[in-house]
Every structure is written in structure tokens, then in C-alpha cells.
Design a protein around this ligand. Sequence first.
Ligand SMILES: [Zn+2]
Length: 108
Amino acid sequence: MHDDYLQRIVSKTDGELLEMLLDKAADYRPEALEAARREVERRGLPLERPAPADAAPQRLIACPACGGTRFQESGASAERAADGMFARVLTCTACGRTGWFVAAPAAP
Ligand SMILES: [Zn+2]
């Protein structure tokens, strides 16, 4: 569906992704920002910005189908020890899509 669009995002450089998320977020649509967050996380980049005082901590995982950020965990998971990344089977609560989601481990 948005393959070309998402492909442009994943082809951005690290700096472009961070700039997009940190400095130019207002210029992009929410789904583009979600895709960029996913890509930043996939690359293991530090995403730093001052958190609004009233903002809840947010996972950098979004559903590839609908962009939803709420999931139910199925319990299955796998860890790749080499880079500390892990994958979990999650079910999107918005659209019901189930799949493997790869995420960086929580920051210490
Ligand atoms: Zn979804």
C-alpha cells in the first residue's frame, strides 16, 4: 500500500531520520513519523528529545498495517544475543494484525 512511501523513509540516512523526528515532525504525517520511529529503532539509534512533562513514555513500535501503537503480547519472543535486539509476537489492538515485531531492549 504505502510501500514506496515507506521505502523512502527507510532509505534516509540516520541524520535525516533523527532530523525528521526531532526537528521537522510537524511537516510529516503521523504514519510517516511512525515509520521513521520504527526505522530509527531498527537501526538502534538514540532518539533523544525533551519529553513533554505530560507525555507518557512511548514505545517505538507501530503496527505496519495501521500505525497503531497498542499491542497485546502473545508471549512468544526471541532474542538475538549478538546485537541485543529482540522480537516479540504482538497483536495490534486496533486492526488485529499479528506479527513479529523487532525492538531494541529497553534502555537501562
Ligand atoms: Zn494495526
